[in-house]
Design a protein around this ligand. Structure first.
Ligand code: ZN
Length: 556
């Protein structure tokens, strides 16, 4: 089904809740595991339908934030979301306490039942109003960012469209672009502080109402951390400070020489070459077509996937002023259809869409015939391996997109992937400290950010910017507001993707087969067990980060 033809019906909240309630009662009356599993099939239908409509509304809202109809639908869905979540959680609670649990675990999976346990601990009726308020605050932040209008170069641009100017080969242009963007953030500073302050206090209150000492613990449960915890993450960050920050310092030093500057400033962030970063040679339409050729060449299964996406209008990737910023991949269960949203802007970022977002979409499509929907419940540190590893598997085709600058693209991509890691850890450590100390003032939070910058990114010089030098950088980072504790998942995944980078240099075919195997394992296994069935090693295990940093040095 083509996306434009997909029907949309507003979720009838009362009916859905009543239907789920009825299934719950039938589960309670059932006299065997087989019967309960049979009833559970009806739950799958209700859930898939509801999820499909919510997803379609959300996509149509983001592809045109000025569309009033879908903007209202999105608001409505945000409002009813916690109520539906609650009904679903109550249903799963009954399943969780089933007499026939053993049979159900065999059918649905141990991971699913562990996740139910986490879910039950992370929500109750008392926190529903707070969760609704939290959603409204997220919406406020996203809207503030999405509707940013920046006067630049005689045009009015949104934040995505400003991005190319911020990595422009001309240093003056970059400086002006940063100035314009930061002026916007400064003009909204109070609002941004206020939204975040309310969010932190709201989340802390939810945690306390649910019996936790603070939000961090609850945040971990909501991220579905079912097989590792704070101790592992803290260990990971220490390994990064010891082995990874020195590696990135070497990369930044060679980048500094390449750019011919005395000192790297924030305006050189993400800039790798004096003649500018490689950008795709083709038009947006050509990039999409080259993607088709690439996935055909990569393997039969990836070729089939890409054709499915194109034939069903499942890409909305061309930049328009009325689209939300950023990019994402989502999934519409009713049509077993992944959907990719992006804003092409004629930078190497466009290639990321064809590789990264397609990696997510490919995995969703690859396992779409699995009838157990709980297996789609993939945690983010795993989902991001699918995407980030695909970036490395497709790197060999960079010349098709970047012409003579294919090698430059590969260098930039590798350096960028490695240098992202300290930033990701910084975002994570920031949130741990913020939620451990919910009464911090907005000024304290900014000071904290500056302190972390010195530990993780000592090469950046912010001194001449009035927004950054006060520690405002994190306010651009959507995840800190709307997806707490998500960011470290990118770090965990990047370590795995980089392991594939090393593996594919040794044996491409073997590495790709291993990747397909990983895609298929999805949420059937706990993260450490899943990795043990692939060639990947757990990033927070002793020696893994150190070893990887040494191997990467050889390639740099
Ligand atoms: Zn991703």
């Amino acid at each position: 089904m083509k996306f434009s033809k997909m029907p949309y019906n507003r979720v009838d909240k009362d009916k859905v809740i009543a239907d789920i309630e009825e299934l719950k009662n039938r589960i309670l009356l059932a006299t065997s595991g087989e019967e309960q599993f049979e009833i559970h099939q009806n739950f799958y239908k209700i859930y898939d339908e509801m999820q499909s409509d919510i997803t379609i509304a959300s996509i149509r809202h983001t592809i045109d934030v000025t569309d009033e109809f879908y903007s209202k639908e999105e608001e409505y869905n945000d409002e009813i979301g916690p109520l539906l979540d609650h009904a679903v959680a109550e249903y799963y609670e009954v399943l969780y306490h089933s007499k026939y649990r053993e049979y159900l675990e065999e059918k649905i999976g141990r991971v699913a039942f562990k996740n139910i346990e986490l879910k039950l601990k992370s929500i109750n009726e008392e926190v529903l109003p707070l969760m609704q308020k939290e959603n409204a605050l997220s919406y406020d932040y996203s809207k503030l960012i999405a509707t940013a209008k920046i006067e630049f170069d005689g045009q009015e641009l949104n934040l995505s469209l400003m991005q190319p100017y911020m990595v422009n080969s001309d240093r003056d242009t970059r400086a002006k672009a940063y100035l314009a963007v930061n002026k916007f953030f400064e003009s909204k500073a109070e609002e941004l502080d206020e939204i975040y302050d309310q969010m932190v206090k709201n989340r802390d209150e939810q945690a306390k109402k649910l019996g936790f000492s603070g939000y961090t613990e609850l945040g971990y449960l909501r991220m579905q951390r079912n097989s590792y915890g704070r101790a592992e993450i803290e260990r990971l960050r220490e390994f990064v400070k010891t082995y990874w920050v020195p590696l990135t310092a070497e990369i930044h030093e060679s980048r500094r020489k390449r750019l011919g500057v005395d000192k790297l400033g924030y305006i050189d962030n993400g800039v790798y070459f004096l003649n500018g970063d490689p950008s795709p040679t083709g038009s947006p339409e050509e990039i999409l077509e080259t993607g088709a050729k690439m996935y055909d060449d990569l393997s039969e299964v990836t070729g089939n996937f890409y054709r499915f996406m194109q034939e069903n209008e499942l890409f909305d990737v061309f930049g328009r002023k009325t689209k939300r910023a950023g990019g994402y991949m989502t999934y519409i269960p009713r049509y077993k259809a992944p959907f990719i949203f992006a804003n092409f802007n004629a930078t190497s970022h466009d290639m990321d869409v064809i590789t990264h977002e397609c990696g997510h979409a490919f995995q969703g499509w690859y396992v779409s015939k699995d009838p157990i929907i709980e297996h789609n419940d993939i945690t983010m540190e795993t989902a991001e391996i699918h995407s980030m590893a695909m970036e490395f598997f497709t790197e060999r085709y960079a010349d098709w997109f970047f012409g003579e600058r294919g090698d430059d693209y590969r260098r930039q991509h590798l350096e960028d992937s490695i240098c992202f890691i300290p930033y990701g850890c910084m975002v994570d450590e920031f949130q741990h400290i913020v939620y451990d100390n919910p009464s911090m003032s907005p000024e304290d939070r900014k000071k904290l950010w500056m302190d972390l910058e010195k530990q993780y990114r000592p090469h950046i010089n912010y001194e001449d910017d009035s927004f950054f030098s006060k520690g405002g950088f994190w306010q651009k980072q959507q995840h800190i507001y709307t997806m707490p504790f998500y960011y470290i998942d990118y770090v965990l995944a990047q370590f795995c993707a980089l392991q594939y980078f090393i593996a594919l240099k040794e044996d491409y075919k073997k590495a790709f087969e291993d990747y397909l195997n990983l895609c298929g394992l999805s949420a059937k296994e706990f993260y450490p067990d899943m990795l043990s069935k692939t060639l990947l090693k757990l990033p927070y295990s002793e020696g893994v980060i150190e070893n990887l940093s040494n191997k990467l040095r050889e390639f740099l």
